[in-house]
Design a protein around this ligand. Structure first.
Ligand SMILES: [Zn+2]
Length: 282
């Protein structure tokens, strides 16, 4: 099984995670810029972080044969802090970089007027830089947050086929399916969405425009839940080709719209476990 995790925060994960992911078949991933827990107080903290997303993390991932790409944005939570607003001004220079395949995560946290403004401004940046957009939906008041998200996407004029609306569940999937946007699902160990519930959603809504991620971060999460979802799909009667579509070809198609995905020379053999990249460690 070859796996492309379209949303995972490797900055917050250990090297052991990279090793386990490589052994599980993860060959590519996208790391969206997000909130780091400790509030940032100046634009310099953001640029150092963005630099690590396009420099250090791809190097770290590469040691395990995993291709790393990033999405760059001012996240919804920090959009509310006036000290962080200056970040919008440095985004254009990052949105031109090779490893950056979308604007994200953007969207809503608490649905404030400040978030409205920053969300709309960043959708325009996606249009101007001809990049897809990765949109986070709020964990509280999810149905209303998703409706409002879709309204802002419509108003922006961006092609919905270039937008992924993430962290969906049974309550919010139908609205996004009807919008033409891509549907993202974050599989967690004990909250939000499980592999089994994901399989039911795939049965009901089909495989088109579906993205499954582990969203692993500082919280309780598991970078192998993409693999677990593939296993649950097979156990439920989906074919190997279906699994490949959801866990590999769909994210490749979505982020491929940036024309910056570099998946050349990736080793996707099942025998990768014995590969020298895993044994190596200088
Ligand atoms: Zn995230």
């Amino acid at each position: 099984m070859r796996i492309f995790d379209p949303h995972i925060h490797m900055t917050s994960r250990t090297t052991d995670d990279y090793e386990r992911m490589a052994a599980a078949g993860v060959r590519a991933l996208v790391e969206p810029a997000f909130w780091l827990g400790q509030p940032r107080t100046s634009v310099g903290s953001f640029t150092d972080y963005f630099d690590s997303l396009v420099g250090w993390e791809p190097f770290r991932a590469g040691q395990f044969g995993i291709r790393h790409h990033a999405t760059i944005a001012l996240n919804p939570k920090e959009a509310n802090d006036p000290r962080c607003r200056e970040v919008l001004g440095v985004l254009p220079r990052y949105l031109e970089k090779d490893g950056v395949v979308a604007v994200g995560e953007i969207g809503y946290d608490s649905m404030t007027p400040e978030e409205d403004e920053v969300f709309a401004a960043q959708l325009q940046l996606a249009v101007e830089h001809e990049l897809p957009a990765l949109v986070h939906t709020p964990h509280r008041d999810k149905a209303r947050g998703t409706e409002r998200t879709l309204a802002v996407v419509r108003e922006s004029g961006i092609d919905p086929g270039r937008v992924a609306v993430d962290h969906l569940n049974e309550v919010t999937v139908a609205a996004v399916a009807g919008s033409g946007c891509w549907m993202g699902f974050s599989i967690y160990p004990d909250t939000k969405m499980t592999a089994e519930r994901m399989v039911h959603i795939l049965r009901e809504f089909g495989l088109e425009r579906m993205l499954v991620n582990s969203a692993a971060d500082w919280g309780r999460s598991d970078p192998l839940l993409t693999l677990r979802t593939g296993e649950a799909m097979l156990a439920a009667g989906f074919s190997d080709d279906d699994v490949d579509r959801v866990l590999w070809r769909n994210p490749v198609e979505f982020y491929g719209q940036s024309k910056r995905l570099d998946l050349s020379d990736i080793e996707t053999e099942a025998t990768f476990e014995g590969n020298s990249i895993l044994r190596g460690g200088s």
